[in-house]
Design a binder for this molecule. Structure first.
Ligand code: SF4
Length: 417
């Protein structure tokens, strides 16, 4: 029987013929932590008596969630992580470099790799054809030391994409639509594997946005094949040698197949307080918004800033709506400056934060007040997510976010076309 993408990658990484349901021990290529999960990993690593990460993998530490540190406790966590990185020779991504998942995509992930991270949105790298998943801090500590981990090979859902997005509709709308369709537990411990003729016109940044949110449907991974689009992205990053073609076998077995015609989609918004509580933007337009956030590992890439700048050019944010921009990485920030997007956003009244997670998880840089509504390009809108259980978070594309920043209320971006 043919293999899914998950089965193929985990077969190679485990040296066995892996089938869905099997438990495998697989070699890890990259194990990483960030600054909220990393301190426990470091303590567990040391408590277990480990001295060095395994030579067979790359270990990486990212200071991105509270960057720069907003208080002494988090500053001390950063110090612990820096000391660990310097002692062990692990890669250290400093404050201001950006969100772990964006940097992994830009410089570390490659097709066919096994990547684990102490962060649930590690799934993002599935956009490049890597089997990438989040794990607990202790699991990552052990994998870092041993160079391998155990996994149950997931069953796969095949998502077949056809057609092209209409104007004003983006990858974020697709993944919100899909999560609304199957529910927040619709793919629990399964792989969402994307395919179909639409992929030939779907960029890697779009794929990263979609893979990033696979976990919001409970998926273990969100996986794209590695194709010519992947090759050209890696070439653009100066990483030609990391490319390898990768696709599922035609005879692979799936638990479910979902067909989506991109041309039939429209702008979607997730309403508080669950990601699968979706509605077309046009149905809830008029909802007042006090803060718009364009950033994060889901919606803070160069393409997102370009879309936002195109809508905001020559316009101003609504006087009662704050506009917060957090580029996903230093590379994104530099490219956005070079392209003039940052200047456009500043002229529109935006506040530009340093590259990093920004206000996404409510640690700093934009926590919400009681009763306030935020429209964000992030991936989660759980109660209290942005620092206040009395506030409300809506999720949407950068286009919907930018259009809503202008009007001060949820707006269908097609109204600006
Ligand atoms: Fe997590 Fe948000 Fe940071 Fe992404 S941007 S890693 S979702 S806190």
């Amino acid at each position: 029987m043919g293999k899914t993408l998950s089965e193929k990658i985990l077969s190679t990484k485990s040296g066995s013929s892996a089938q869905a349901g099997d438990i495998v021990v697989a070699g890890v290529d990259l194990a990483f932590v960030q600054d909220t999960t990393g301190p426990l990993t470091v303590r567990q690593f040391r408590a277990a008596g480990f001295k060095q990460p395994a030579g067979s993998l790359k270990a990486a530490i990212f200071l991105d969630h509270a960057a720069p540190s907003p208080n002494r406790e988090l500053a001390n966590d950063h110090k612990l992580l820096r000391d660990f990185a310097w002692e062990t020779g692990s890669l250290l991504s400093e404050v201001g470099d950006g969100v772990c998942h964006q940097i992994v995509a830009e410089s570390l992930a490659k097709p066919g790799a096994l990547i684990i991270g102490a962060d649930s949105h590690t799934v993002t790298a599935g956009g490049l054809g890597a089997f990438a998943c989040g794990m607990g801090s202790t699991d990552v500590a052990v994998a870092m030391a041993l160079g391998k981990t155990w996994l149950r090979v997931p069953e796969s859902i095949k998502v077949v994409l056809s057609g092209r997005f209409a104007s004003g509709v983006y990858a974020k709308d697709l993944i919100l639509y899909l999560i609304g369709l199957i529910g927040a537990d619709g793919a629990t411990y399964q792989a969402l594997e994307f395919g179909g003729e639409a992929l030939s016109a779907m960029s890697v940044p779009e794929r990263l946005t979609i893979a990033n949110m696979a976990v919001e449907a409970g998926a273990k991974v969100g996986l794209f094949p590695s194709d010519e689009v992947t090759r050209s992205y890696l070439e653009g990053q100066g990483r030609d040698g990391d490319y390898q073609p990768l696709s599922a076998d035609d005879s692979a077995s799936y638990v479910r197949t979902i067909d989506i015609n991109l041309a039939e989609l429209e702008p979607v918004v997730s309403r508080p307080h669950t990601v699968d509580n979706t509605a077309p933007a046009r149905e809830i337009k008029g909802t007042k918004i006090q803060q718009v956030v364009i950033g994060t590992c889901t919606g803070g890439r160069l393409d997102d800033l370009a879309v936002a700048a195109a809508i905001l050019k020559g316009r101003q944010r609504h006087e009662q709506t704050r506009l917060v921009i957090a580029p996903a990485s230093r590379a994104v920030m530099r490219a956005a400056i070079a392209a003039g997007y940052i200047e456009t956003l500043l002229q529109a009244g935006a506040l530009i934060l340093p590259p990093g997670c920004g206000p996404c998880l409510g640690l700093h840089q934009g926590a919400l007040g009681n009763g306030e509504n935020c429209l964000s390009t992030a991936n989660r809108n759980f109660k209290g997510r942005m620092g206040n259980p009395e506030a409300f978070v809506y999720l949407a594309s950068a286009a919907t976010a930018a259009a809503s920043a202008v009007t001060g209320e949820i707006t269908d971006p097609r109204d600006f076309s």
